[in-house]
Design a protein around this ligand. Structure first.
Ligand code: KG4
Ligand code: ZN
Length: 340
């Protein structure tokens, strides 16, 4: 079954063709990073305008690199949320229009579940179950128990910022460019993770929940002085910034790795599947490997860690097989959709 995936939930305009949920025939992505960088974060109105301009050329590019015409497509899968509502609407309307014009079914896919699926893709026919799912992206941070593909039990989630959001905000404090995650990881290599003893974030009474706002405040005070505000100028040397970046990264990622290890043990999980932009971070991968011992760890391949449409097409295939039908044309995108 050939599935055309469409992804427009945030600032990537993406289309992909995937065969039978697994074999990626093409994966076209236009990252709008340069458009949003001057604003230090995603500017929703600009993201929508870019999606309108780029979506059809990106779908054409995905088909061309798969050497296919639209008529060969059996199913259309689209990210239906969570995400920016205007941005989602563009992808969902395009998918509905294609489904109607081609007389093919379409399915709306949960973008965050698709981040997890990106790690499951190579082993989707024989998943080690039950497994633990860890999503660490710019908008979401949570742990779920995976009973089966599409069947999740909530374990813990962030009570304030998502992990990627914390990286982006700390980067902004240090005057680093957006997106902050890669900039922090690169600068952290020049610094000492022991330079600042930031307290390990914990949520009282909720061992599996995450919190990053207290850590963010500790970083603010370390960078700009006690009781400083975001607008206080940052007058640090590169080495001082590197030490803060390294200490922040180590503390945030160690908290994630520790909770993941403890949840895997407490919930009897056979493997860990990790998804979302922050799992590109090599220090996170090293800490998870260090803490999780013999637990098999699965990460998406590099091109599937950030927002992409191959993960949407792949998961859409399984969703369609399970339901044996597509979604109704009345389907509306949603800014928030829990996966469990
Ligand atoms: O999953 P994603 O592409 O978008 C969402 O669905 O949110 O993740 C983007 C997030 C951004 O916050 C970015 O700073 C973070 O992932 N990120 C990283 C790294 N690469 C991207 N965070 C830490 N280390 C990285 N190397
Ligand atoms: Zn995402």
């Amino acid at each position: 079954m050939l599935v055309l995936g469409i992804e427009t939930s945030c600032d990537e305009t993406a289309a992909a063709v995937v065969r039978d949920g697994k074999e990626i025939l093409s994966n076209a992505i236009y990252s709008q990073e340069d458009v949003h960088a001057p604003f230090g974060g995603v500017y929703p109105e600009l993201a929508c305008r870019k999606h309108v301009d780029l979506l059809i050329p990106i779908v054409e590019r995905a088909l061309r690199s798969a050497c296919l015409s639209l008529s060969a497509i059996d199913l259309i899968a689209v990210a239906k949320g969570p995400g920016l509502i205007g941005a989602l609407l563009i992808g969902v309307q395009a998918a509905k229009a294609l489904a109607l014009a081609l007389d093919r079914p379409f399915v709306g896919v949960n973008h965050v579940e698709a981040h997890l699926y990106a790690a499951m893709m190579p082993v989707s026919s024989s998943l080690p179950l039950p497994a633990l799912g860890l999503v660490v992206s710019g908008g979401h941070t949570f742990l779920v128990k995976i009973h089966a593909l599409g069947e999740y039990e909530a374990i813990g989630h962030t009570v304030d910022d998502a992990a990627g959001e914390a990286f982006d905000k700390v980067a902004a404090l240090l005057g680093l460019p957006y997106p902050g995650g890669p900039a922090i990881e690169a600068l952290a290599r020049e610094g000492s993770p022991h330079a600042h003893a930031f307290p390990l974030p914990k949520v009282k009474g909720h061992p599996w929940h995450f919190s990053f706002s207290g850590l963010k405040t500790s970083v603010l005070y370390a960078a700009k002085g006690q009781n400083a505000s975001k607008s206080t100028p940052c007058c640090l040397s590169r080495q001082q910034k590197a030490d803060i970046a390294a200490s922040f990264q180590e503390t945030a990622l160690r908290a994630i790795a520790l909770k993941t290890k403890e949840a895997a043990q407490a919930f009897g999980c056979q493997a860990l599947f990790c998804g979302g932009g922050v799992c590109r971070n090599q220090r996170l991968r090293a800490l998870l490997a260090e803490h999780c011992g013999a637990l098999p760890l699965f990460f998406p391949e590099a091109k599937l860690t950030l927002d992409n449409a191959a993960m949407i097409a792949g998961l859409g295939y399984h969703q369609y097989l399970r339901a044996q039908k597509g979604d109704a044309l009345e389907l509306e995108p949603l800014t928030r959709i829990p996966i469990a």
